[in-house]
Design a protein around this ligand. Structure first.
Ligand SMILES: [Zn+2]
Length: 303
């Protein structure tokens, strides 16, 4: 890291990690493509994170790519090998294409990269620093490690300090987040980013609720077992203050209907009674009636 080129490489990566840290504090760990395409400014020059290809090197960096993107929307497990390494396919079939050469360089010089994995079209889970640790010319793929040397890089690149994670922890986290975020993003998209009960459209206040909880065997992470709800209605639904009938109408629990209180109770809960929920587009993504029926039984038993 003594030549001027090496030092510019180091400083750009440092700035990139800092910027990502800030953005994830604002947006969470799923970032929209437009934001990544804009990127940040480094000494007056714009540094984007994504381009038309999966392996991306902004102009400012002399040789080594800054980021790699997996755009396939699941099945996620195909992107990981048995050792919890990310399997990242070559660009094309020529091992000596300059993008592939760039990643090989990153491996040899242990330069950290940013990894983006699409959870839905145009939205990416971001992880950094990751390292290229293997090159399989036969399989036309690199192996990417999100775990090893991460701590070293955190110090060197001043990425926020964390407790020493056990081996494979970071990769397991990535997989978990991919599953959670994929469910959340697909459900919110289906419901056009609004609460199915009250139409609230503040994304920060929206959840992808499970109809049947994911601890139960039927609680699969499919959109048809999900419903977009605001925080209030998510909590109210989970506590059986109201239920959703298989005909998509809401039923407020009797004791809640009888209660006397201010406008929040009236508008927030009591007025939901017998109203139809907002259904997703396309309608084939509507809540599965069998799952609703099963869940409604639970609501009945509670009321
Ligand atoms: Zn709501």
């Amino acid at each position: 890291m003594s030549s001027p080129q090496a030092s510019i490489d180091h400083r750009v990566r440092l700035a990139a990690f800092e910027w990502l840290e800030k953005q994830t504090q604002i947006h969470g760990d799923v970032l929209p493509r437009e934001l990544l395409a804009q990127g940040f400014f480094f000494e007056g020059k714009r540094v984007p994170f994504v381009g038309p290809q999966g392996i991306f090197k902004p102009k400012i960096l002399p040789e080594i790519p800054l980021s790699i993107i997996t755009t396939i929307e699941g099945p996620y497990d195909d992107s990981f090998d048995v050792n919890n390494l990310i399997v990242y396919r070559y660009r094309g079939t020529d091992p000596d294409h300059r993008d592939n050469v760039g990643l090989r360089e990153a491996m040899e010089r242990k330069i950290p990269l940013v990894y983006f994995h699409a959870v839905v079209r145009g939205k990416y889970l971001a992880r950094w620093p990751v390292f290229v640790v293997g090159d399989d010319r036969k399989a036309l793929a690199f192996k990417i490690d999100a775990d090893s040397q991460v701590l070293m890089a955190r110090r060197e690149y001043a990425v926020s300090e964390e407790v020493v994670p056990p081996r494979a922890y970071a990769t397991i986290m990535i997989r978990q987040r991919l599953h959670q975020q994929s469910f959340r993003q697909r459900v919110l998209q289906a419901y056009r980013e609004q609460c199915a009960c009250c139409r609230l459209k503040r994304v920060e206040l929206l959840d992808a609720a499970h109809i049947i909880g994911d601890s139960e065997p039927e609680g699969i992470p499919a959109v048809r077992n999900g419903i977009a709800l605001c925080k209030l209605h998510h909590a109210a639904f989970d506590s059986n203050l109201f239920g959703i009938r298989p005909d998509y109408h809401m039923e407020v629990r009797k004791d809640v209907l009888r209660e006397k209180d201010g406008p929040m109770l009236i508008h927030g809960l009591q007025e939901l009674n017998n109203r139809k929920i907002i259904l997703p587009t396309p309608s084939k993504l509507s809540p599965d009636r069998k799952l609703l029926e099963q869940r409604f039984e639970e609501f009945r038993a509670a009321g």
